[in-house]
Design a protein around this ligand. Sequence first.
Ligand SMILES: Nc1ncnc2c1ncn2[C@@H]1O[C@H](COP(=O)(O)OP(=O)(O)OP(=O)(O)O)[C@@H](O)[C@H]1O
Length: 682
Amino acid sequence: MVSVQRVKIIARLRPPIPGELSDDGIKITTTDDGLSAICVNNPRDQSQVFRFLFSSCYGHDARQEDIFEADVKPLIDVVYSGATATIFAYGVTSSGKTHTMQGTRSQPGVIPRAVEALFDYKQRMCVHGASVSVSYMEIYRDEVYDLLVDRETAPKLPVRENDAGQVFVANLSSLPIQDVTEFNRLYVTANKQRSVGSTFLNIASSRSHAILTIEIKLPQQNKILTGKINLVDLAGSENNKLTGNDPSRLQESAAINKSLSVLGQVVHALNQGASRIPYRNSKLTRILQDALGGSSVGLLICNLAPGVKFRQDTLNTLNFAVRTRNVENKPVINEKDARPVPKPHFSAPPPPPPKQVPLAVVTPVSGSSRASFVVSRTAASGVTSAAGPSRVPRISAAFHMAEAAPYPRTGKRRESRIGIAQEHYSVNKWTNQEIDDKISKAVEAEVERRLKEKMEEMERQRVADEKERSRKEVAIADTGEDQPHEGGHHNLHSNVLAPLLKRHQDLDNELRQRLQDLERKYDRNKRDGDIVHKLSPMSRKKTGRAYVALARTHSEKCAPKRSQCDIPDIASRGDLQVALDLYRKAETYVPDNIKLKERIIEIEYAVAHGTEFRPSPKRGKGRKARQGTQARGANMKLALNAIPERHDNDDESNEEETIVSLLEAGPTATVTFGMEVVNSPN
Ligand SMILES: Nc1ncnc2c1ncn2[C@@H]1O[C@H](COP(=O)(O)OP(=O)(O)OP(=O)(O)O)[C@@H](O)[C@H]1O
């Protein structure tokens, strides 16, 4: 069994910055049993105080090194064990996320310190042969850009998933670094490319989420371990009334708030144990998937700003943090076989997928003893790459932080000073169109190959099955007895289309051909998973729809209206099973369709219990039906527009409700997730 580890949460309160008043409404306290807590006055009732307990809480006087030594340094050992660690800074705009992650020259933050500690470990522990590389991306308006290449030519990068289900950004450059100096040079240049703009609340506000990854390859006997640390500086949630965003900023702000809203939904779904986690709803959650309910060790730094104007956002941030605390990861060691691969024969089968290997306990060797990390092993799979389309110019206010910033943040266009990155890029300069063409060609070629292989065999099989079926029908008609049905999903590949083709003899050739292709595709079963991701959303939808149509034909055969049929029950159950298989197939193409899920559950029940299944009547395409669809669409839009106001709200656990229920619960009541409301000392 793989061991489970919760995301660790720490909170940091920044000091008031020039122009801000000091604030007594938010402070750090320590409980009798030595735990630290953030106490926040209820903005609507000053006599009440909300208290949030975390593993570490840092006040306005906390130093960068305090945070690093206590909570970040233990993760360096995790990286050298071959696992992935992800640290992300979360909080409202201007709460100090960038200060915490990046810092200043005099007060370097988590990122420069982590890099220094990684090289220090390598030297101290005499890790031979380890190679270190860095990649750095930003997610701006839900598009991914490489910060290590010239911003003028940087294309949008696609997010993909490999055979092992690992999400990666295709064509993101990964540059080798030998030491801290080399890293600093790259990092300073890259930060100049990050999208930064000025708002009322922050003169250098990040307009994008930035993810810096340091990867360490550790060669061992016959294998290579890959340790990774992802350092994420999220953009802050924004209240446009406070930030005074002009129209050009509003779109950025909407994208930031939407992605943070999806992050909240992902955390909520994980807490609820939902069967579907909406990772795919934003690039941010897709890329951070591994850190949220995945195989990475997670640390969330929750940044808080003092001041009454931030109070509601502070409570939202803390509620999000409290919920994230329950997110469980299953850390694994990424290892890859390093033995030379024999030259593949063209007809050789594809290599087997990565295997899970037994658990190993990794205890920090250096630094604080506050953390010990249990990780299991899995082999990392190779990552292929493709490129995205060319970069569209974006709006980013030029802003140069004065001498205070060692890692200047400016949106000003510059010549890239990162030669290696450009060189790396030119090798793989494909346009989106080219990628799509390559993928479609590969898919077509695969279909063609299998089609040729199977054509004859399927034809023979179909004829044989038809004969067998007629023989059984005659036998049943003769004896009137139930016979075991051998059809169903076992010979699905030759029977799937039969009812539809019989019913529609007049189908035109093109449609027949399409359905037959589908039947063959259906036969490819496990390979579909790969193909789904290679299809465009529209093709996925179309294929899903075609499967649903087929499934419906089979499920209708079992409907009660057909009970007058000569061979009711036996054939019906088989058909229902076929329908179920087809509906499941459809689900792989349209995994988000709730109706489809419900249908599958209903049929599963009917198949398992041998009960009747009554398909719902087909929806007409009349005006009423269309109006219904439009109204649903409009409601959906309204809902989406409402989200940015409070980014992690949802039906069952929005902060407003939590707070209201807290108030109703009265003083000293202990409520959800370890958060308490207590009487103010005053
Ligand atoms: N611990 C701290 N000590 C001193 N100054 C701080 C601290 N934290 C933040 N600041 C200052 O507060 C201001 C806002 O911080 P920062 O830019 O890091 O916020 P942010 O959360 O990254 O904002 P945004 O989401 O808008 O990018 C900066 O001027 C920064 O120097």
